[in-house]
Design a protein around this ligand. Structure first.
Ligand SMILES: Nc1nc2c(c(=O)[nH]1)N[C@H]1C(S)=C(S)[C@@H](COP(=O)(O)O)O[C@H]1N2
Ligand SMILES: [Mo]
Length: 323
């Protein structure tokens, strides 16, 4: 079966065996609400086509979207691929777990705390944030560190616009993002699969690069819970794990944050996480990738194909050392 990868291709093998042993208890802890939400996601994960759209009839549509010229024109992965093959360890380790169990997440009402080295700290409702900026559709490749990729039509706005609105001071050299911690809404957090909360960060010049966006939707609808509702980061030239989901805190920091995967295994996952076919993961090659829905592998491109736009951010840096 195409999507059954060798065990050495999993981020999850860094996690304690107890997770698997206690998985049954976890499923019980996930509760009936999550199980009910899973009812719509019991069909096979992957049907081998990238065309059949089966969007959620109850989802809120996002209208008046600008089409971004920064989009790729590659063939989209299907709505089903994008919403049933996920990494979101707060809901379990299997690719199908987020679609099955993320029904317990309550993405409205939702507020985001902005703090640190900036002129306008505060707490902001996500509905308000969505009105500050014109929403656009941005079609990007997502390249997971596990050597698979997808093409996803995100809806969002430039992270740069968000950052500038809070007037970061000259001391703000990094932007740190934090995911919700709530074991009721995110039952996977009862397990030590990762150190919670999930944390990610960008250097300020990366954060204000026009390719970096905050996404609030995909396929013209508000984000499904499993994709990081209500607001998540998308940085297309970096491995997918930089794309932190369900953000509750944005902090302007003086020093480089320790992101979650670096904390888990610093020898395998760095702060920069730029897609780089020339630097293998210690346990597998990064030279190629499998586009979900395709049989043959593709060559992985430096910076996930966005080198022309972003390579200059790293001029003079040894990308073997700063992986
Ligand atoms: N909070 C949180 N964010 C997360 C993750 C996670 O486990 N928790 N997984 C990351 C990884 S490894 C990937 S590849 C992308 C997957 O995003 P998608 O499921 O929307 O495709 O989310 C990233 N963001
Ligand atoms: Mo990933």
């Amino acid at each position: 079966m195409l999507l059954k990868k060798a065990p050495d291709l999993r981020e999850s093998d860094v996690t304690p065996r107890s997770w698997y042993v206690r998985r049954r208890e976890f499923l019980q802890a996930a509760g009936s609400a999550a199980v009910a939400a899973a009812a719509g996601a019991t069909a096979p994960l992957f049907d081998g086509t990238a065309t059949a759209l089966a969007q959620n009839p109850d989802a809120q549509k996002l209208t008046g979207l600008q089409k971004s010229p920064l989009s790729t024109d590659e063939k989209l992965n299907s709505y089903r691929d994008v919403t049933t093959y996920n990494n979101f360890y707060e809901f379990g380790l299997d690719k199908g777990d987020p679609a099955r169990y993320a029904g317990s997440l309550k993405p409205r009402p939702w507020s985001v705390v902005v703090e640190g080295q900036c002129g306008k700290p505060g707490t902001y409702h996500v509905e308000d944030i969505m009105k500050w900026f014109p929403l656009e559709e941005r079609i990007y490749r997502l390249r997971c560190v596990e050597a698979w990729s997808m093409v996803i039509p995100w809806v969002g706005f430039p992270l740069a616009d968000f950052v500038k609105r809070f007037e970061p001071t000259s001391k703000a050299r990094f932007v740190r993002f934090t995911t919700l911690v709530d074991t009721r809404q995110m039952p996977g957090q009862t397990e030590p699969a990762l150190p919670w909360p999930y944390v990610e960060g960008l250097r300020m010049d990366e954060a204000v690069h026009p390719l970096a966006i905050l996404a609030v939707g995909l396929y013209g609808e508000v984000l499904p819970n499993q994709n990081g509702a209500p607001i998540r980061l998308v940085v297309p030239w970096k491995y997918g794990f930089k794309g932190i989901k369900s953000i509750v805190r944005v902090s302007f920091d003086e020093s480089q944050p320790r992101n979650t995967w670096q904390r888990v295994r610093a020898d395998e996952y760095g702060f920069f996480a730029n897609v780089n076919p020339a630097v293998d993961h210690p346990r597998w090659s990064q030279a190629s990738e499998r586009r979900i829905g395709e049989f043959f592998k593709r060559r992985t491109l430096p910076f996930n194909g966005y080198a022309d736009q972003v390579a200059s951010l790293y001029a003079g840096m040894d990308l073997r050392k700063f992986y």
